[in-house]
Design a protein. Structure first.
Length: 585
């Protein structure tokens, strides 16, 4: 397992099923990191769609990810900002209506931080910071359990917004949202994600669904679409993208995951990395060559034809030949260029030469390789980055240069870090890509049974994966060692316990594992989570169409009519009863 500090910053990809102390378990990819805006917006949107389980999970993570002074940053470990603190507070106040008492202290701490953050001119940071802070404080003012005075802070914030000009589209959207100025909000020209925030703001102010669609599919965009439109498909997509109670982004670079995914036992990293990899757009020809193999791994065809070979490094020209071969395309141009530009039995430096030889020999190109291999052997020193040796090892093995092969392997063994990883070069910090490249070379050259391979392999398993347990359920008893359970009953925090709990009479429970440095937060319904009224006056969103298709306003009318009918019926029965008594007399 990773160190506790790293544990807190990441999220798992799939549902929890792992093992400790006899509990059934499995290793799962541990490659995501939570982001506060995505998690908070997801909670706000899923509250509106009545998916309370996920609201509780997200809010419990938010509670755990706050800074010591009660604020939130874009990501844990970064500097806190008012805009992210405001979004977190809005999410937590909604969660408090599902589990009264669970998030209350965290909410008040966040409000205190905002008040402390406010400057003399009324701002909480930039324009958007200030607008969102005002919106959150307005909600807090209408929160039934608020007790911190915020009127002055709200008025000062509005004064700042009124006396300063918004600089961005986002400034305008949240500024008009803070003022409740629907007409000006509708007049804002917005595209892309800004258009989604505009729709979100309009729906927030009106309590009505907004017609909008988008190709954006990141968690924050899905949350905005769900909130604005009320369309159930966005809720389903948003729920699919949750990672152990969080919404966030990939913690590692997609190429790092794809390099590792080529090793036995790591293939499940590929579907994680590819959606992110396919969003990367190369700007230069050399960049397209470097990324080409990763696009192929993700089943995207690449076109490297007509590239200016003279502007590329020799290994890149060789890579174009290799990629074209894999695609069934001609590669004579690249091979001829390389053969023509060989100089004194090498192509530039050690790495370029090793890579070119590896590719040309893989393509069965006719060439007297001996002088080139001799050059590589004579230039084999302990001064190169580790990935140089990965390709030298392959080449020396392919051509039976036993002495050079062993010397290269010895260099790699000597450079292996104590935890089993390889850095970029000797003595440098762990580098996932370098480690994966070395391990692939060891595997390709028959060295997978060595201690060096086993240690490197173990490092990558511990780096990318974690064991996540599934609690044991026996009737109404739920058990998981080192887990904290928050018990929710009648919309209130009923209590909390560690390791063992009973589900009798509960709405449900929230499980945090492990207690001290969480890996997973899971909320599970027993009799069903429900939201209670925690607002002095209803939020506009609570009047939108619910899952049953009946709006809150119409439901109120229906209840009122039923009550009046019942009162009328009671009055009629009483009058009839009095009439019968008078006739008897």
């Amino acid at each position: 397992m990773k160190k506790a500090s790293a544990v807190l910053l990441a999220i798992l990809l799939v549902l929890p099923l792992a093992s400790v102390h006899g509990v059934q378990a499995r290793e799962v990819p541990y490659v995501y990191t939570p982001t506060i805006p995505a998690t908070a917006l997801a909670a706000i949107a899923l509250y509106k769609s009545h998916d309370y389980q996920y609201v509780l999970e997200a809010d419990t993570w938010l509670m755990r990810l706050k800074t010591p002074d009660g604020a939130w940053a874009y990501r844990y470990g970064m500097a806190p900002q008012a805009k992210y603190t405001a979004l977190a507070l809005m999410a937590l106040m909604r969660g408090e209506s599902i589990a009264r008492g669970l998030f209350n202290r965290t909410i008040h701490a966040g409000v205190y931080w905002l008040l402390y953050k406010q400057k003399d001119d009324g701002s909480f940071g930039d324009y958007t910071d200030t607008a969102l802070a005002v919106i959150a404080l307005k909600e807090y003012k209408d929160f039934k359990y608020s007790w911190i005075p915020v009127d002055k802070a709200i008025n000062n914030g509005l004064y700042y917004l009124q006396t300063h000009q918004p600089q961005t589209t986002m400034d305008k959207i949240f500024g008009y949202m803070a003022f409740g100025d629907l007409d000006k909000l509708k007049s804002v020209e917005a595209t892309g994600v800004d258009a989604l925030y505009k729709a979100f703001a309009i729906s927030y102010l009106t309590g009505k669904n907004v017609q909008i669609s988008s190709d954006l599919d990141d968690p924050a965009s899905l949350a905005l679409l769900l909130y604005a439109t009320g369309d159930r498909k966005y809720a389903d997509e948003l729920i699919k993208s949750v990672h152990f109670g969080f919404w966030g982004t990939l913690k590692y670079q997609p190429p790092d995951l794809l390099e590792t995914a080529q090793l036995p036992g790591f293939s499940d990293l590929k579907p994680v990395a590819c959606p992110y990899m396919l969003k990367v757009k190369p700007k230069f020809e050399w960049e397209a060559v470097v990324l080409a193999k990763y696009y192929l791994e993700c089943n995207r065809t690449v076109d490297l034809s007509n590239f200016q070979l003279e502007k590329l490094k020799p290994w890149m020209v060789a890579e174009i030949a290799r990629i074209n071969h894999l695609l069934g395309k001609p590669y004579d141009r690249e091979v001829n260029y390389l053969l023509k530009n060989e100089s004194n039995h090498h192509w530039g430096n050690f790495y370029n030469t090793a890579y070119v030889v590896w590719v040309l020999s893989s393509l069965n190109v006719s060439l007297n390789y001996t002088p080139v291999l001799d050059w590589l052997e004579s230039n084999l020193t302990d001064r190169y980055p580790n990935y140089y040796y990965a390709y030298a090892l392959r080449v020396f093995h392919r051509f039976n240069y036993t002495k050079a092969f062993q010397e290269t392997f010895d260099i790699l063994k000597k450079r292996q870090n104590p935890d089993g990883a390889w850095g970029y070069t000797a003595g440098s910090p762990d580098n996932v890509k370098s480690t994966a490249e070395v391990l692939k070379a060891l595997l390709a050259t028959g060295l997978s049974n060595t201690t060096a391979y086993e240690r490197g392999y173990s490092f990558l398993r511990e780096f990318f994966y974690a064991d996540i347990p599934e609690p044991t359920v026996n009737g109404t008893t739920v058990t998981l060692e080192n887990a904290t359970f928050y018990l929710i009953k009648d919309g209130t925090l009923y209590g909390n316990t560690t390791g063992r709990m009973c589900t009798n009479g509960l709405d449900g429970y929230v499980m945090v594992y492990p207690t001290k440095h969480p890996l997973i937060v899971t909320a599970r319904a027993v009799n069903g989570f429900k939201a209670t009224d925690v607002w002095k006056k209803p939020l506009p969103e609570l009047t939108t169409t619910s899952a049953s298709g009946v709006s809150g306003i119409y439901l109120g009318y229906i209840v009122a009519i039923v009550v009046l009918l019942l009162l009328g019926l009671v009055a009629l029965l009483r009058r009839n009863s009095k009439g019968r008594k008078s006739r008897k007399k």
